[in-house]
Design a protein around this ligand. Sequence first.
Ligand code: HEC
Ligand code: HEC
Ligand code: HEC
Ligand code: HEC
Length: 263
Amino acid sequence: MGEGSAMRGLLIGIILCMLAAMGFSYGPHEGLDCLGCHDPHYAKAQKLFKVNNEVYPNPRTGKTIDGVSALCLGCHNLDKFGGANIRPIFLHMTHPVNIEPNPKIAKVPEKLLRDGKLQCVSCHDPHPSNPFWKYLRVETKKGSQVGKFCAVCHPAKADLKFYGIAGQLDIKVFSSMNEAVGAKAFSLTDPQLTIENPTPNYIKPFGSFKNDLAPAYTFVPFQAWIYSPDPENLPPELRKLIEKPKPKKKKKENVKKKGNTGS
Ligand code: HEC
Ligand code: HEC
Ligand code: HEC
Ligand code: HEC
């Protein structure tokens, strides 16, 4: 064993440790550096959102996604469906979102709903300050206790004792939305727990421009983040959507909306 190879081993060890440490301390949204999601000058939707999916229909309602979930799907969908090809989420195979809950199926804490609807942010707080796995609102020990997270809304299904909790209200949920107290996991009964600050709708979008602007600002530390699945590998249902865009299929356009610039 030469001195050189020992040194090289040490160096590789140090680099691996650094990478591991970074892997544990950062989530990929850090790389968006705020401007991936918010644009102080060219925003497309409320809260200065920079991207907004105006294309993808929710298979459960048949309507395009509204509200804050349209931001997430402005990136987390194929570009063909109004996203940016980043870890695409397909709603027809996803846990219900953008719907009003049936109280027998889910007992959703009031604060987690948006105008009565379950949205992406009911389950995720996407801000880089969220230390939890996959930006979930609940600490799941790196995904090894996901049942505890599900129990926030489906407590009757979970063995709460297994997680050392007596009831739904013992589960803490992360929020970054109260600057007065800082980002942390709050008890569901804590009056400081703020999930949403309603603000006037400052942004009056004039219509679409391409989403390409968003990724131009973004990078993700130490990972490739553009994911472009081969269309051949997509489920046939989705492939059909790509091949025949819906609006062009309509024969007669007898309902024309006046003054609608946003399309
Ligand atoms: C992955 C996308 C994403 C990134 C990155 C992001 N935000 Fe946000 N931000 C959101 C969403 C979503 C909301 C609205 C949250 C809600 O309504 O639950 C929001 C809301 C806000 C608000 C409004 C808070 C309020 O009370 O209404 C501020 C301010 C803000 N973000 C600042 C930042 C800053 C500063 C950064 C960078 C450190 C950042 N955001 C990074 C998605 C993002
Ligand atoms: C501007 C683009 C953009 C927007 C908007 C955005 N994300 Fe992301 N998101 C990313 C990128 C980039 C990654 C990293 C992807 C990768 O590593 O392959 C990511 C990764 C994730 C992950 C996986 C995290 C992990 O640790 O593996 C989750 C969960 C997530 N996003 C949720 C959301 C939610 C919820 C919203 C909306 C509130 C949202 N994102 C909005 C760009 C975005
Ligand atoms: C923030 C609240 C919330 C969390 C957390 C949550 N759910 Fe749900 N869940 C709902 C709502 C709301 C519905 C839809 C109820 C309805 O159909 O009206 C639902 C529906 C379901 C359904 C029925 C879907 C269908 O198509 O009929 C299943 C299964 C389910 N959730 C499993 C889970 C699992 C597993 C987890 C954890 C990984 C989880 N949920 C976490 C709120 C939540
Ligand atoms: C009912 C709770 C729930 C809702 C609602 C929800 N998610 Fe998730 N999400 C999860 C859980 C749990 C995981 C981690 C397990 C997994 O990766 O499937 C996850 C993982 C993710 C990931 C990472 C996937 C990966 O490849 O690692 C992304 C991106 C994401 N969610 C985006 C979204 C977006 C966008 C929405 C809204 C359209 C959304 N989520 C709505 C619970 C939810």
